[in-house]
Design a protein around this ligand. Structure first.
Ligand code: ADP
Ligand code: MG
Length: 332
Protein backbone atom coordinates (compact mmCIF):
# COMPACT_ATOMS: atom_id res chain seq x y z
CA UNK A 1 0.00 0.00 0.00
CA UNK A 2 2.78 2.38 0.95
CA UNK A 3 4.45 2.22 -2.43
CA UNK A 4 1.24 2.69 -4.41
CA UNK A 5 0.37 5.63 -2.24
CA UNK A 6 3.75 7.23 -2.83
CA UNK A 7 3.59 6.71 -6.57
CA UNK A 8 0.11 8.20 -6.78
CA UNK A 9 1.17 11.09 -4.58
CA UNK A 10 3.88 11.80 -7.07
CA UNK A 11 1.26 12.67 -9.64
CA UNK A 12 -0.39 15.48 -7.72
CA UNK A 13 2.80 16.86 -6.29
CA UNK A 14 5.33 16.93 -9.07
CA UNK A 15 7.73 19.46 -7.66
CA UNK A 16 8.13 22.31 -5.20
CA UNK A 17 5.81 24.66 -7.04
CA UNK A 18 2.96 22.16 -7.35
CA UNK A 19 3.30 21.40 -3.64
CA UNK A 20 3.09 25.05 -2.67
CA UNK A 21 0.32 25.65 -5.20
CA UNK A 22 -1.88 23.09 -3.47
CA UNK A 23 -1.35 24.78 -0.11
CA UNK A 24 -1.99 28.27 -1.49
CA UNK A 25 -5.18 27.04 -3.18
CA UNK A 26 -6.30 25.58 0.16
CA UNK A 27 -5.67 28.95 1.83
CA UNK A 28 -7.67 30.74 -0.86
CA UNK A 29 -10.48 28.20 -0.51
CA UNK A 30 -10.44 28.91 3.24
CA UNK A 31 -11.13 32.57 2.52
CA UNK A 32 -7.71 33.87 3.58
CA UNK A 33 -6.92 37.55 2.96
CA UNK A 34 -3.28 37.12 3.93
CA UNK A 35 -1.04 34.30 2.73
CA UNK A 36 2.60 34.02 3.62
CA UNK A 37 4.90 31.49 2.03
CA UNK A 38 8.06 30.88 4.03
CA UNK A 39 10.93 28.83 2.63
CA UNK A 40 14.06 27.42 4.23
CA UNK A 41 16.95 27.05 1.82
CA UNK A 42 14.76 27.70 -1.23
CA UNK A 43 12.30 25.08 0.00
CA UNK A 44 14.80 22.26 0.22
CA UNK A 45 14.75 22.07 4.04
CA UNK A 46 11.11 23.05 4.53
CA UNK A 47 8.34 25.27 3.31
CA UNK A 48 5.37 26.72 5.07
CA UNK A 49 2.11 28.36 4.04
CA UNK A 50 0.61 30.59 6.72
CA UNK A 51 -2.91 31.95 6.29
CA UNK A 52 -5.61 33.83 8.14
CA UNK A 53 -8.45 31.76 6.65
CA UNK A 54 -11.28 30.01 8.48
CA UNK A 55 -9.08 27.35 10.10
CA UNK A 56 -9.83 23.66 10.48
CA UNK A 57 -12.33 22.43 13.04
CA UNK A 58 -11.27 19.72 15.52
CA UNK A 59 -13.68 17.11 14.15
CA UNK A 60 -11.63 17.17 10.93
CA UNK A 61 -8.20 16.69 12.54
CA UNK A 62 -8.07 12.90 12.33
CA UNK A 63 -9.23 12.61 8.74
CA UNK A 64 -7.48 15.72 7.41
CA UNK A 65 -4.63 14.00 5.64
CA UNK A 66 -6.34 10.77 4.72
CA UNK A 67 -6.65 10.12 1.02
CA UNK A 68 -9.85 11.47 -0.51
CA UNK A 69 -10.82 13.40 2.55
CA UNK A 70 -12.21 16.73 1.47
CA UNK A 71 -14.63 19.13 3.08
CA UNK A 72 -15.40 20.69 -0.26
CA UNK A 73 -17.63 18.13 -1.89
CA UNK A 74 -20.94 17.85 -0.13
CA UNK A 75 -22.67 15.84 -2.84
CA UNK A 76 -21.75 14.55 -6.24
CA UNK A 77 -23.99 16.74 -8.46
CA UNK A 78 -21.91 19.63 -7.17
CA UNK A 79 -18.87 18.41 -9.04
CA UNK A 80 -19.61 20.33 -12.22
CA UNK A 81 -20.40 23.63 -10.62
CA UNK A 82 -17.76 23.67 -7.94
CA UNK A 83 -15.75 26.86 -8.08
CA UNK A 84 -13.01 25.95 -5.65
CA UNK A 85 -9.99 24.47 -7.32
CA UNK A 86 -9.24 21.80 -4.81
CA UNK A 87 -11.79 19.17 -4.09
CA UNK A 88 -10.22 15.80 -4.49
CA UNK A 89 -8.76 15.58 -1.04
CA UNK A 90 -5.35 14.54 -2.27
CA UNK A 91 -2.99 17.37 -1.51
CA UNK A 92 -2.46 16.89 2.21
CA UNK A 93 -2.39 13.12 1.91
CA UNK A 94 0.18 13.34 -0.90
CA UNK A 95 2.32 15.78 1.06
CA UNK A 96 2.30 13.39 4.02
CA UNK A 97 3.50 10.61 1.79
CA UNK A 98 6.29 12.73 0.33
CA UNK A 99 7.55 14.67 3.34
CA UNK A 100 6.92 15.48 7.00
CA UNK A 101 3.65 17.32 7.47
CA UNK A 102 2.57 19.40 10.44
CA UNK A 103 -0.44 21.69 10.73
CA UNK A 104 -1.25 24.48 13.15
CA UNK A 105 -4.79 25.74 13.07
CA UNK A 106 -7.53 27.59 14.89
CA UNK A 107 -11.11 28.44 13.93
CA UNK A 108 -13.18 31.25 15.42
CA UNK A 109 -14.90 28.69 17.67
CA UNK A 110 -11.76 27.58 19.52
CA UNK A 111 -10.06 29.57 22.22
CA UNK A 112 -6.68 27.98 21.57
CA UNK A 113 -4.91 26.65 18.48
CA UNK A 114 -3.80 23.06 17.88
CA UNK A 115 -0.56 21.69 16.48
CA UNK A 116 -0.95 18.43 14.54
CA UNK A 117 1.69 15.97 13.36
CA UNK A 118 0.98 13.40 10.66
CA UNK A 119 2.92 10.33 9.61
CA UNK A 120 3.71 9.26 6.04
CA UNK A 121 0.42 7.39 5.67
CA UNK A 122 -1.61 10.42 6.70
CA UNK A 123 -2.39 9.29 10.24
CA UNK A 124 -2.56 11.88 12.97
CA UNK A 125 0.20 10.84 15.39
CA UNK A 126 0.51 13.80 17.77
CA UNK A 127 -1.69 16.65 18.88
CA UNK A 128 -0.93 19.53 21.25
CA UNK A 129 -2.16 22.99 22.11
CA UNK A 130 -0.31 25.99 20.77
CA UNK A 131 -0.71 29.75 20.36
CA UNK A 132 -1.95 31.13 17.08
CA UNK A 133 -4.46 33.54 15.56
CA UNK A 134 -7.41 32.24 13.55
CA UNK A 135 -6.11 30.53 10.43
CA UNK A 136 -3.86 27.70 9.38
CA UNK A 137 -0.15 27.05 8.96
CA UNK A 138 0.90 23.99 6.99
CA UNK A 139 4.58 23.01 7.16
CA UNK A 140 6.27 20.44 4.98
CA UNK A 141 9.78 19.37 5.92
CA UNK A 142 12.06 17.46 3.61
CA UNK A 143 9.86 17.09 0.55
CA UNK A 144 10.62 13.88 -1.38
CA UNK A 145 12.84 12.54 1.42
CA UNK A 146 10.77 9.38 1.14
CA UNK A 147 11.79 8.83 -2.47
CA UNK A 148 15.60 8.62 -2.62
CA UNK A 149 15.96 9.21 -6.35
CA UNK A 150 13.50 12.09 -6.48
CA UNK A 151 15.10 13.52 -3.37
CA UNK A 152 18.53 13.70 -5.01
CA UNK A 153 17.03 15.27 -8.13
CA UNK A 154 15.20 17.75 -5.94
CA UNK A 155 18.40 18.88 -4.21
CA UNK A 156 20.29 19.08 -7.47
CA UNK A 157 17.59 21.18 -9.15
CA UNK A 158 16.57 23.26 -6.16
CA UNK A 159 17.37 26.64 -7.72
CA UNK A 160 15.34 25.79 -10.80
CA UNK A 161 12.46 24.53 -8.65
CA UNK A 162 12.65 27.72 -6.63
CA UNK A 163 12.58 29.85 -9.79
CA UNK A 164 9.47 28.07 -10.97
CA UNK A 165 7.86 28.61 -7.58
CA UNK A 166 8.63 32.34 -7.56
CA UNK A 167 7.08 32.63 -10.99
CA UNK A 168 3.95 30.87 -9.72
CA UNK A 169 3.77 33.16 -6.70
CA UNK A 170 4.12 36.15 -9.02
CA UNK A 171 1.05 34.82 -10.81
CA UNK A 172 -0.95 34.78 -7.59
CA UNK A 173 0.32 38.22 -6.66
CA UNK A 174 -0.68 39.59 -10.07
CA UNK A 175 -4.23 38.34 -9.93
CA UNK A 176 -4.84 38.73 -6.19
CA UNK A 177 -7.92 40.70 -5.28
CA UNK A 178 -8.05 41.41 -1.60
CA UNK A 179 -5.36 38.87 -0.73
CA UNK A 180 -1.99 39.94 0.57
CA UNK A 181 0.94 37.74 -0.54
CA UNK A 182 4.34 37.57 1.08
CA UNK A 183 7.12 35.14 0.29
CA UNK A 184 10.32 34.87 2.30
CA UNK A 185 13.34 32.66 1.97
CA UNK A 186 15.73 31.93 4.82
CA UNK A 187 19.19 30.69 3.95
CA UNK A 188 22.37 29.73 5.75
CA UNK A 189 22.66 31.23 9.19
CA UNK A 190 19.13 32.58 9.33
CA UNK A 191 19.45 35.27 6.73
CA UNK A 192 15.84 35.96 5.80
CA UNK A 193 15.00 37.78 2.60
CA UNK A 194 11.68 38.95 1.26
CA UNK A 195 11.16 37.50 -2.21
CA UNK A 196 7.76 38.95 -2.90
CA UNK A 197 5.39 41.26 -1.11
CA UNK A 198 2.07 42.63 -2.30
CA UNK A 199 -0.77 44.30 -0.47
CA UNK A 200 -3.22 42.74 -2.88
CA UNK A 201 -5.70 45.58 -2.71
CA UNK A 202 -5.23 47.07 -6.15
CA UNK A 203 -6.24 46.42 -9.72
CA UNK A 204 -4.37 44.09 -12.08
CA UNK A 205 -2.59 47.17 -13.35
CA UNK A 206 -1.46 48.13 -9.83
CA UNK A 207 -0.30 44.57 -9.24
CA UNK A 208 1.75 44.60 -12.44
CA UNK A 209 3.51 47.73 -11.21
CA UNK A 210 4.21 46.08 -7.85
CA UNK A 211 5.47 42.82 -9.31
CA UNK A 212 7.25 43.96 -12.49
CA UNK A 213 7.56 47.74 -12.22
CA UNK A 214 6.36 50.79 -14.12
CA UNK A 215 8.68 50.25 -17.11
CA UNK A 216 7.08 46.91 -17.80
CA UNK A 217 3.60 48.36 -17.58
CA UNK A 218 4.52 51.00 -20.14
CA UNK A 219 5.31 48.29 -22.68
CA UNK A 220 1.89 46.70 -22.29
CA UNK A 221 -1.37 47.13 -24.10
CA UNK A 222 -4.63 46.51 -22.23
CA UNK A 223 -6.83 43.71 -23.56
CA UNK A 224 -10.57 43.46 -22.98
CA UNK A 225 -12.46 41.00 -25.14
CA UNK A 226 -16.00 39.74 -24.89
CA UNK A 227 -16.00 36.24 -26.31
CA UNK A 228 -19.65 35.55 -25.55
CA UNK A 229 -22.36 36.66 -23.14
CA UNK A 230 -20.72 34.79 -20.32
CA UNK A 231 -17.05 34.67 -21.30
CA UNK A 232 -14.60 37.54 -21.28
CA UNK A 233 -10.87 38.03 -21.32
CA UNK A 234 -9.08 40.88 -19.57
CA UNK A 235 -5.47 41.67 -19.12
CA UNK A 236 -2.39 42.92 -20.86
CA UNK A 237 -0.18 41.98 -23.79
CA UNK A 238 3.14 43.43 -24.94
CA UNK A 239 2.77 46.20 -27.47
CA UNK A 240 4.07 45.18 -30.90
CA UNK A 241 7.86 44.95 -30.80
CA UNK A 242 8.05 45.59 -27.06
CA UNK A 243 8.14 42.09 -25.71
CA UNK A 244 10.80 41.34 -23.17
CA UNK A 245 10.65 37.60 -22.66
CA UNK A 246 13.78 35.73 -23.65
CA UNK A 247 12.18 32.32 -23.46
CA UNK A 248 8.81 30.96 -24.35
CA UNK A 249 6.67 31.24 -21.25
CA UNK A 250 8.70 34.05 -19.67
CA UNK A 251 6.24 36.35 -17.98
CA UNK A 252 3.27 34.69 -19.58
CA UNK A 253 0.49 34.24 -17.08
CA UNK A 254 -2.94 32.81 -17.70
CA UNK A 255 -5.80 32.72 -15.24
CA UNK A 256 -9.29 31.32 -15.21
CA UNK A 257 -11.63 33.07 -12.84
CA UNK A 258 -8.66 34.43 -10.96
CA UNK A 259 -6.68 31.19 -10.51
CA UNK A 260 -3.38 30.53 -12.33
CA UNK A 261 -3.51 27.79 -14.97
CA UNK A 262 -1.44 26.55 -17.88
CA UNK A 263 -2.97 27.32 -21.26
CA UNK A 264 -0.52 25.95 -23.82
CA UNK A 265 -2.78 26.66 -26.79
CA UNK A 266 -3.44 30.26 -25.84
CA UNK A 267 0.24 30.67 -25.11
CA UNK A 268 1.11 29.35 -28.56
CA UNK A 269 -1.45 31.60 -30.21
CA UNK A 270 -0.18 34.75 -28.53
CA UNK A 271 3.41 33.96 -29.46
CA UNK A 272 2.52 33.16 -33.03
CA UNK A 273 0.60 36.40 -33.56
CA UNK A 274 3.32 38.39 -31.85
CA UNK A 275 6.02 36.87 -34.06
CA UNK A 276 3.94 38.12 -36.94
CA UNK A 277 4.74 41.54 -35.53
CA UNK A 278 8.38 40.91 -36.44
CA UNK A 279 10.30 40.25 -33.30
CA UNK A 280 12.83 37.86 -31.87
CA UNK A 281 11.44 38.28 -28.41
CA UNK A 282 8.42 36.86 -26.71
CA UNK A 283 5.51 38.97 -25.58
CA UNK A 284 4.49 39.42 -21.99
CA UNK A 285 0.97 38.07 -21.58
CA UNK A 286 -1.19 38.44 -18.50
CA UNK A 287 -4.69 37.26 -19.33
CA UNK A 288 -7.62 36.41 -17.09
CA UNK A 289 -10.53 34.43 -18.48
CA UNK A 290 -13.84 34.98 -16.77
CA UNK A 291 -16.05 32.05 -17.62
CA UNK A 292 -18.93 30.16 -15.98
CA UNK A 293 -17.62 27.20 -13.95
CA UNK A 294 -19.50 24.79 -16.20
CA UNK A 295 -17.51 25.87 -19.25
CA UNK A 296 -14.27 24.25 -18.17
CA UNK A 297 -12.68 21.43 -16.28
CA UNK A 298 -9.48 21.79 -14.28
CA UNK A 299 -9.37 18.38 -12.75
CA UNK A 300 -8.38 16.42 -15.80
CA UNK A 301 -4.69 16.60 -15.05
CA UNK A 302 -3.58 15.60 -11.58
CA UNK A 303 -1.83 18.86 -10.82
CA UNK A 304 -4.89 20.87 -11.82
CA UNK A 305 -2.85 23.30 -13.85
CA UNK A 306 -4.09 22.41 -17.28
CA UNK A 307 -7.52 23.50 -18.19
CA UNK A 308 -9.99 22.18 -20.72
CA UNK A 309 -12.68 24.35 -22.24
CA UNK A 310 -15.79 22.77 -23.59
CA UNK A 311 -15.83 25.12 -26.59
CA UNK A 312 -12.14 25.43 -27.12
CA UNK A 313 -11.98 25.98 -30.87
CA UNK A 314 -14.46 28.84 -30.94
CA UNK A 315 -12.69 30.40 -28.00
CA UNK A 316 -9.33 30.22 -29.76
CA UNK A 317 -10.80 31.69 -32.93
CA UNK A 318 -12.29 34.61 -31.01
CA UNK A 319 -8.96 35.20 -29.28
CA UNK A 320 -7.13 35.11 -32.59
CA UNK A 321 -9.39 37.83 -33.97
CA UNK A 322 -9.09 39.88 -30.81
CA UNK A 323 -5.30 39.68 -30.57
CA UNK A 324 -4.89 40.44 -34.25
CA UNK A 325 -6.29 43.88 -33.51
CA UNK A 326 -3.15 44.46 -31.50
CA UNK A 327 -0.54 42.66 -33.57
CA UNK A 328 -1.62 43.28 -37.12
CA UNK A 329 -4.18 46.08 -37.15
CA UNK A 330 -4.04 46.32 -40.94
CA UNK A 331 -5.02 42.72 -41.53
CA UNK A 332 -7.74 42.63 -38.94
P1 ADP B 1 -9.05 19.38 -0.92
O1 ADP B 1 -8.49 20.76 -0.98
O2 ADP B 1 -9.13 18.74 -2.25
O3 ADP B 1 -10.34 19.32 -0.13
P2 ADP B 1 -6.70 18.82 0.58
O4 ADP B 1 -5.97 17.56 0.83
O5 ADP B 1 -6.00 19.91 -0.16
O6 ADP B 1 -8.03 18.44 -0.16
O7 ADP B 1 -7.24 19.39 1.95
C1 ADP B 1 -8.05 18.54 2.76
C2 ADP B 1 -8.99 19.35 3.63
O8 ADP B 1 -8.24 20.02 4.64
C3 ADP B 1 -9.75 20.45 2.91
O9 ADP B 1 -10.93 19.99 2.31
C4 ADP B 1 -10.01 21.44 4.02
O10 ADP B 1 -11.15 21.09 4.74
C5 ADP B 1 -8.82 21.28 4.94
N1 ADP B 1 -7.80 22.32 4.74
C6 ADP B 1 -6.60 22.16 4.13
N2 ADP B 1 -5.89 23.30 4.15
C7 ADP B 1 -6.66 24.22 4.78
C8 ADP B 1 -6.48 25.61 5.12
N3 ADP B 1 -5.37 26.28 4.82
N4 ADP B 1 -7.50 26.22 5.79
C9 ADP B 1 -8.63 25.55 6.11
N5 ADP B 1 -8.86 24.25 5.82
C10 ADP B 1 -7.89 23.58 5.17
MG1 MG C 1 -6.67 21.28 -1.67
Amino acid sequence: KGVVHRICAGQVILDLSSAVKELVENSLDAGATSIEIALKDYGEEWFQVIDNGCGISPNNFKVLALKHHTSKLADFPDLQSLTTFGFRGEALSSLCALGNLTVETKTKNESVATHLTFDHSGLLVAERKTARQIGTTVTVKKLFSNLPVRSKEFSRNIRKEYGKLVSLLNAYALIAKGVRFVCTNTTGKNVKSVVLKTQGNGSLKDNIITVFGMNTLNCLEPVALCISDSCKVDGFLSKPGQGSGRNLGDRQYFFVNGRPVDMPKVCKLVNELYKGANSRQYPIAILNFTVPPRAYDVNVTPDKRKIFFSEESSLLQALREGFQQIYSPNNA
